[in-house]
Design a protein around this ligand. Structure first.
Ligand code: FE
Length: 179
């Protein structure tokens, strides 16, 4: 009888410890990506007049490369896109829906081979989503209006934000500023 009680106590202790360690790991994961606040995430999700189209409709409107990036979350190869080395003044808009996303005065040379910005024109135009693909935990960046995949944001950018929005050229169009 005593033996069964002992086994029971060990089992219960084991279950309690298992739950505790699970919570502990979850807490740590949350703390590892605090650089986009929850209120900022909600702003993007709240954007009204969203554009919703079928895959067939997007396929007709976008080039195959734009479709692969924006609708299938693809990535262009580093140093191959149209804008990674673009230093002209102007704005970058979503290639799918035309939303003004980034301004040239927030673009910087990150050396990573993709256009990089330290902040968007308006954070309400961006949706942030945790991305655990390829064995990494990253923060995906999408256009809030059409849901198109743009790239990722990292916390190794320059001042004033410390952020690096690493965006595919193929997800955007550049509108040069008229002088
Ligand atoms: Fe868009």
């Amino acid at each position: 009888m005593m033996r069964f009680m002992l086994i029971g106590v060990v089992l219960i202790a084991g279950i309690i410890f298992w739950n505790y360690s699970d919570n502990f790991t979850k807490g740590k994961n949350l703390q590892s990506k605090p650089f986009i606040s929850d209120s900022t995430k909600k702003q993007g999700a709240q954007m009204d007049d969203k554009i919703i189209k079928t895959d067939e409709e997007w396929k007709k409107e976008l080039t195959p490369e734009q479709y692969r990036i924006l609708r299938e979350k693809g990535t262009e190869r580093a140093f191959t896109g149209e804008y990674w080395d673009n230093h002209e003044l102007g704005i970058y808009i979503c290639a799918a829906c035309g939303t003004e996303l980034f301004e040239s005065n927030t673009k910087f040379d990150s050396g990573c081979g993709w256009p990089s910005y330290f902040e968007p024109i308006d954070s309400s135009r961006i949706i942030y989503k945790e991305d655990k693909s390829f064995g990494m935990t990253r923060t995906e960046v999408m256009c809030a209006k059409c849901g198109g995949h743009l790239g990722h944001v990292f916390d190794d950018g320059p001042p004033p934000t410390g952020l690096r929005y690493c965006i595919n050229s193929g997800a955007m169009k550049f509108i040069k500023k008229e002088k």
